[in-house]
Design a binder for this molecule. Structure first.
Ligand code: UDP
Length: 236
């Protein structure tokens, strides 16, 4: 029987990933499908922490003419909506879940407490980190890098709309080159749009590997856990 490659993973789900083909808001079918894959890997003994994005509702930079800090706080709120939706989908299929927010909202979720998050993981509960880092001017990719370092995750699983990292946009250029493997320095030097540079530097400094792959293909989370050669592997 195959054994999972990782013991503890940090799955980053962008808001877009939860919107399915709609591109905005939440798509129940898509979320349920993701929840099933998460259930599968937790049942194989993998500890799963999740950082959710908010781009399916709001991004700080969408707020034209708005105060940037206010717009960013709105984005952080959007991630909480996504976190609760994901919690609901997981609990519907009997996966114990805790949402922890970087900004306190005690009536709806626990505040982020690292030791508590680790304890939940050890008890096979899925921990969803919402509210980003709690600070404006950051992204949920940076949150993923930060939380992965804090909980000592083995890898960040970066689920995207594209199936791997390319040297240019594969939707626009048919000769775009796909990378199977990259170093963080390559990502920074070639200015590849994997994560923002803050997130990439944080991963590089803390030697956290990243696997970039698409959620559009069925069972990709499971394939990654078993080491199938899909997507792009980024390391130091
Ligand atoms: N955000 C923030 N600080 C953080 C994380 C997120 O201010 O630590 C805000 C920011 O405005 C961002 C929005 O929340 O645009 C949604 O997050 P993100 O764009 O990373 O979501 P994704 O693209 O992954 O859906």
């Amino acid at each position: 029987m195959k054994t999972p490659l990782y013991k503890r993973v940090l799955l980053k789900l962008s808001g877009e990933a939860l919107a399915g083909t709609k591109g905005f808001g939440l798509d129940t079918e898509t979320i349920n499908k993701i929840a099933e894959e998460i259930k599968y890997i937790t049942e194989k003994g993998v500890q799963v922490a999740i950082v959710v994005g908010g781009g399916n509702f709001w991004r700080g930079r969408s707020g034209e003419g708005m105060d940037r800090t206010t717009a960013d706080y709105m984005g952080m709120m959007a991630t909480v909506i996504n976190g609760l939706a994901l919690q609901d989908a997981l609990e519907n299929i009997d996966i114990m879940t805790r949402v922890q927010t970087a900004i306190e909202m005690r009536q709806i979720a626990e505040p982020y407490i690292r030791r508590r998050a680790v304890r939940h993981l050890e008890k096979s509960r899925v921990v969803i980190f919402a509210g980003g880092t709690g600070n404006p001017y950051f992204s949920t990719d940076t949150t993923a890098a930060l939380r992965a370092a804090e909980i000592e995750a083995d890898i960040i699983l970066l689920a995207k709309k594209v199936d791997a990292v390319y040297d240019k946009d594969p939707h626009t250029y048919h000769d775009a080159k796909k990378f199977e493997e990259l170093t963080y320095l390559d990502v920074l030097k070639l200015e590849l749009k994997v994560m923002d540079s803050t997130a990439t530097s944080l991963c590089m400094d803390n030697r956290i590997p990243i696997k970039v792959f698409s959620l559009d293909e069925p069972e990709n989370i499971i394939k990654v856990i078993y080491g199938e050669r899909i997507g792009t592997y980024i390391h130091s």
